[in-house]
Design a protein around this ligand. Structure first.
Ligand SMILES: [Zn+2]
Ligand SMILES: [Zn+2]
Length: 380
């Protein structure tokens, strides 16, 4: 069968043939891949020529955002049957640490995990995949056409979950019990700034808006672009960061409530993230989900930075990957995200390609795409 990925010592992205996988263990499931989403990780690996291929192998199949349909199940599979739509989680635990043994490989303590389509293991840019039942999350029938967004949404679900868990430490100061960090409308009376209006930034903004947070989104594109329009479409406010200082950006966010409670970094914009920290409000939290590539050296006043983090009880936290629970949370919210914001997910899908047209998909520039979806086997 056909697959798309990277080959050791051969720059760029390539199509090649691999054997169709078969069920070998009773808990395994054969899935026919329907759609695969591409994201910054995929484009970054290809552009920088840094595939993470397992030792002893000469290639890796890319693709970690996917939705497929079960074709065949092993004897001991209980929760899935042929015809069910599923999404696959990405990380496979180290098998050693307790988080991995208890289904939280996103919090792996050894770093010896693998990831489908990213780190050592083949991904889903191909026609069929086999994996264990426990790594598959069933998609309700009415959501199958949105489900390619489950993985990126699960990433921001985890990021928001971290905010809620950590900030539950605060004696919250607004008078509304429904705005406590444990409740669904926790964002009420709070202001959030999302850095980056790419897929993760837009999805984070959507969850913040569903939680009633006053939300600002900053990026480095003009206001008449699709990114900025999608931001406004979800009732958030777009800030073009190209001509503003970090202090000016925060001042805009602080106008309505006097505070900036949450910063959600979703672009890997390392300098912006660091430069914004000195202007965050008391008791605020900055969560990072974007992973910067390469090196970037800047000068900062370290004493001022640390002084302020301490004096203001601030939290700077990273959040990577996501586990099965976050996929389930994503599937609970994905319908709302799309319907409340006017078909947002289809509007975010700026490009669709057949698997055989992968070169075109990887040739798109950052500025023209938001979400690129590869239709391996289009829905009817
Ligand atoms: Zn582990
Ligand atoms: Zn309130």
């Amino acid at each position: 069968m056909y697959a798309v990925g990277m080959i050791r010592g051969k720059p760029g992205v390539h199509g090649f043939r691999i054997p169709k996988p078969e069920i070998r263990e009773p808990d395994e499931v054969l899935v026919k891949v329907k759609e695969v989403g591409l994201d910054g990780t995929d484009f970054g690996i290809v552009k920088q020529g840094t595939p993470d291929i397992a030792e002893g192998r000469d290639r890796i199949v890319l693709g970690h955002e996917m939705v497929g349909v079960v074709e065949e199940v092993g004897n001991e599979v209980k929760s899935l049957a042929p015809g069910d739509a599923v999404v696959l989680t990405v990380r496979r635990g180290c098998g050693i640490c307790r988080p991995c043994l208890y289904h939280q490989s996103d919090m792996c303590m050894t770093g010896l995990f693998k990831e489908r389509g990213i780190h050592k293991l083949d991904g889903s840019l191909t026609q069929y995949v086999v994996d264990e039942e426990r790594y598959m999350v069933k998609v309700p029938r009415e959501l199958v056409k949105l489900a390619v967004f489950t993985e990126p949404l699960s990433i921001v679900e985890k990021g928001i979950q971290q905010i809620k868990i950590i900030q539950s430490r605060l004696p919250w100061d607004c008078p509304h019990p429904e705005h406590s960090f444990q409740s669904k409308q926790w964002g009420g009376c709070k202001t959030a700034l999302v850095v980056g209006a790419g897929p993760l930034g837009l999805l984070a903004s959507a969850l913040l808006r569903l939680a009633r947070a006053r939300t600002f989104v900053t990026d480095i594109v003009p206001e008449n672009t699709i990114k900025a329009r999608l931001v406004e479409n979800i009732g958030a406010h777009y800030i073009d960061a190209r001509t503003l200082t970090p202090q000016e950006i925060v001042d805009i966010c602080c106008r309505p409530t006097g505070n900036l409670h949450v910063m959600f970094e979703a672009a890997g914009a390392a300098e912006t993230a660091v430069r914004l920290i000195p202007f965050l409000s008391r008791s605020s939290i900055a969560v990072g989900t974007g992973i910067p590539r390469g090196d970037l050296r800047i000068q900062v006043d370290a004493a001022e930075l640390v002084r302020q983090i301490v004096r203001y009880n601030q939290v700077i936290v990273g959040s990577v990957n996501s586990n099965r629970k976050h996929f389930e949370m994503a599937l609970q919210d994905i319908g709302d995200v799309d319907s409340r914001f006017d078909g947002m997910l289809s509007k975010m899908t700026t490009h669709r390609f057949k698997l055989s047209d992968y070169q075109q998909a990887f040739a798109l520039s950052d500025t023209e795409r938001i979400k690129t979806v590869i239709e391996v086997d289009p829905w009817d």
